[in-house]
Design a protein. Structure first.
Length: 319
């Protein structure tokens, strides 16, 4: 009979009692929006593929259009190898406009993007606006009568979509456009359904459920062509306004993790993007393929920031 020493028994108990560390995904907005969607879908697929030892924990950290999460990761979790953060065009837009209190893109490491999310304009089911032309004409007639709700802060990517669209439609007074910035797409939908906003600007993935439930009615998708699965929704281009807004969906990680840990995140995200599960998610939610990783993605982020700065100056958002 084997005799256990106290030291051996204690070692066994420690082995059993201490679980493997769990990865955490921070969604920089309230539940129900695009960043929350990104975290939950990527986390679920990482678990299903066996890329992480435990279920990925999702933490919603709303505020400042993603700025609260960005600042916390930079200042308090700069070397944490277990955390990753949902990001999108909204993130780089805010960085381009210096909206994160002086934060810059080189304070984190950009892992990759795995999907492109077409922009969409929706109205409440009982809205008098039947198409994009109706909405634009109402803004031109009386800008104060139409408020747009969006899941990013004032000056963020959802706001920018509206400004670029109306600018393309020939409306020049950008400061007269009413925009309500909220912490996530679900909050923006609530404002629209409740009549506090006349339209909502967001991304197709975060609005899909509300469209299918009949809570809102899409009047334009901001893509080059109609989106598969949403074939009855016309593009803005079809309605005479050449405006396209594609919101990439990806992640970043803290800057001071090791190159080895960074490469692991790049590899895991790449595997998620190539998985059958992610292909199904894209098909179900109107996403398009948008795969960029590692150094290529870093270069893309830097170029995107430069492009947004140019656009923001052109329409008067920044000096």
């Amino acid at each position: 009979m084997k005799i256990w020493t106290r030291a051996a028994a204690a070692a066994l108990l420690m082995t059993v009692a201490i679980p493997a560390s769990a990865a955490e995904c921070i969604a920089p907005a309230n539940p129900g929006g695009g960043w929350d969607f990104t975290c939950r879908q990527i986390g679920r697929i990482m678990t299903e593929l066996g890329l992480v030892p435990n279920m990925v924990q999702v933490t919603n950290l709303a505020g400042a259009g993603g700025g609260v999460a960005y600042t916390q990761v930079v200042s308090k979790r700069g070397s944490d190898p277990e955390v990753f953060v949902a990001a999108s065009s909204s993130t780089t837009t805010r960085l381009a406009q210096n909206a994160f209190a002086g934060a810059t893109a080189d304070q984190v490491r950009w892992v990759g993007s795995i999907g492109g999310d077409p922009g969409v304009i929706v109205v409440a089911q009982d809205s008098p606006f039947q198409n994009l032309t109706d909405l634009v004409e109402a803004v031109k007639a009386d800008p104060a009568s139409v408020a747009f709700a969006g899941g990013s802060a004032v000056g963020g990517y959802d706001h920018l979509k509206v400004l670029m669209l109306l600018n393309e439609a020939g409306f020049e007074d950008m400061r007269a456009i009413k925009y309500i910035g909220l912490d996530g797409g679900a909050d923006a939908i609530t404002q629209t359904v409740g009549g506090f906003a006349q339209a909502m600007t967001g991304d197709l993935s975060e609005i899909t459920g509300f469209i299918r439930s009949g809570d809102v009615r899409p009047i334009a998708v901001l893509s080059e062509e109609r989106v598969a699965g949403f074939d009855d929704v016309p593009t803005a281009k079809e309605q005479g306004i050449d405006s396209v807004s594609m919101n990439w969906r990806g992640v970043y990680v803290p800057k001071d993790i090791s190159d080895e840990d960074y490469d692991k995140w790049v590899d895991m995200l790449r595997q998620v993007g190539e998985s059958e599960q992610w292909q199904a998610v894209m098909a179900e939610n109107g996403l398009e393929s948008y795969a960029l990783f590692g150094d290529e993605f870093e270069a893309f982020v830097n170029q995107s920031i430069a492009d947004v700065q140019d656009i923001s100056r052109e329409i008067g958002l920044v000096q």
